[in-house]
Design a protein around this ligand. Structure first.
Ligand code: ADP
Length: 445
């Protein structure tokens, strides 16, 4: 087993990783910016190393500082969490070149899936159904017009290097393709330094359904069913649940089997998520994330498995602790993302938390690094916690989420907590009848 893990992240996920390590006796080193010196995971880690000033470019994205922190502390592995350097192939490569273990897939697989064009090509070849679209990148406006015309509007122009919903523009008709193509390219160039774009059929009313996979890096892989992340704002997930209210056991086994087989064929190592849009009973691959996802706890709840522990095992060469036959869905889980944001505009609301009470009780998990007196720094993502509930069935899980939300107290900053209480009163949410556009329409009502 790896013996000392440097956690190259912050917030709730850093604490999540620290907890998994502690339970199996692996030492931890919290690598933190000066803004995070008081963070809970820094307090709880065995050691901590300051890696730079508040801006992420000088701390959490500072590769030389992270490698040096490993050398100073004697850490033999790095867990990148999600975001920051987690899907940076160059980082994974440098980590391994320094004789350290990168807790994640190989640099080659991160690179392959990080480019959405090569990701789609690979998945298509491995028998995974994809969204119809251009074969590869689209370099000129003429080509974009021709392909969109042949495919039929609406179309979506997407950045090959895209992420976080950026570099994505819809063209609803031929009049809109010029603007969409130009805007997607310049947004992609500004955000990712790469203006390569491709075209996809724009699906009108899909759900976002993603399959959790896990590979041992040597040809064995399993799937852990799906998560439904259809409630989104600006292409960002707001609430996630597992299993999906619209996927039955047979469909789960079928699409899960396709995904597990694909990653087994690739000799994929570690945790991954294969994302699909799902419409009229059909799955369409959009991208693969080569890391742990924010919403992984809903999968952990229904399968009774610790995915970070599994990552540590696989990174240590111990293989998976489970086989497909061991993995059985048990009940229903829902996650609400608690952001330090003020409603209704979702404006960031950093600042000092003067009082905090976390919900608890049967089937309630609150993953958060906040505490009374903690000051949320303004430099990073606004996610401050994830409230996850698990119950025997969906209806009970909804009631449990409502109950847990009523117990949550965060004073001093505004949070998105009240949004979920309102959502839970909506008949469509209660019945699970929503597409990826439902939340935006509801917010604009
Ligand atoms: P990112 O990497 O930026 O998150 P994704 O490819 O994962 O981009 O897409 C994010 C979200 O954008 C999806 O969950 C969905 O809501 C929307 N989306 C992506 N592709 C399509 C498409 N072809 N049709 C309709 N919506 C799409």
């Amino acid at each position: 087993m790896v013996s000392k893990v440097l956690i190259a992240n912050r917030g709730e996920i850093a604490l999540r990783i620290q907890r998994a390590c502690r339970e199996i006796g692996v030492q931890t080193v919290a690598a933190h910016s000066t803004a995070d010196a008081d963070a809970m995971h820094v307090r709880l880690a065995d050691e901590s190393v300051c890696i730079g000033p508040p801006p992420a470019s000088q701390s959490y994205l500072n590769i030389p500082a992270l490698i040096t922190a490993c050398e100073i502390s004697g850490a033999d592995a790095i867990h990148p969490g999600y975001g920051f350097l987690s899907e940076n192939a160059g980082f994974a490569q440098i980590v391994e070149e320094h004789g350290l273990t990168f807790i994640g897939p190989t640099a080659e697989h991160i690179r392959l899936m990080g480019d959405k064009i090569t990701a789609k090509e690979t998945m298509r070849r491995l028998g995974v159904p994809c969204v119809p679209g251009s074969e590869g990148g689209v370099a000129t406006l003429e080509e974009a017009r021709r392909i969109a015309g042949d495919m039929g509007y609406p179309v979506l122009v997407k950045a090959a290097s895209g992420g976080g919903g950026r570099g994505m523009k819809v063209a609803r008709s031929a009049e809109e393709i010029d603007t969409a193509f130009g805007a997607a390219r310049s947004e992609a160039k500004a955000a990712f330094g790469d203006d390569t774009v491709y075209l996809e059929k724009y699906l009108g009313r899909p759900r976002h359904i993603e399959v959790q996979v896990f590979g041992d890096g040597a040809g064995v892989a399993v799937h852990l069913g799906e998560r439904d992340c259809s409630l989104q704002r600006r292409h960002q997930k707001v609430l996630e649940e597992a299993p999906s209210p619209v996927i039955d056991a047979e469909t789960r086994a079928r699409i899960g089997g396709v995904c597990a087989e694909a990653v087994a064929q690739m000799n994929y190592r570690g945790a991954g998520t294969i994302e699909f849009l799902y419409e009229d009973g059909e799955f369409f691959f959009i991208e693969m994330n080569t890391r742990l996802q924010v919403e992984h706890p809903v999968t952990e709840a229904i399968f009774g498995i610790d995915l970070v522990r599994e990552q540590l095992r696989v990174a240590s060469g111990l293989g998976l602790s489970v086989t497909q036959a061991d993995l059985k869905v048990n009940g229903h889980a829902i996650e609400a993302r608690i952001n330090a944001e003020s409603l209704p505009n979702f404006a960031p609301s950093p600042g000092q938390i003067t009082a905090y009470h976390a919900p608890g009780g049967l089937g309630v998990r609150m993953d958060s690094g906040i505490y009374a007196g903690y000051a949320i720094p303004p430099y990073y993502d606004s996610l401050i916690g994830k409230l996850i509930v698990h119950a025997a069935d969906r209806e009970t899980a909804l009631a449990r989420l409502d109950r847990a939300l009523s117990e949550l107290v965060v004073v001093g900053v505004e949070t998105t907590g009240p949004l979920f209480t309102q959502l839970l009163a909506e008949p469509d949410v209660r019945s699970g009848d929503y597409t990826i556009h439902w939340l935006e329409k509801w917010l604009a009502r």
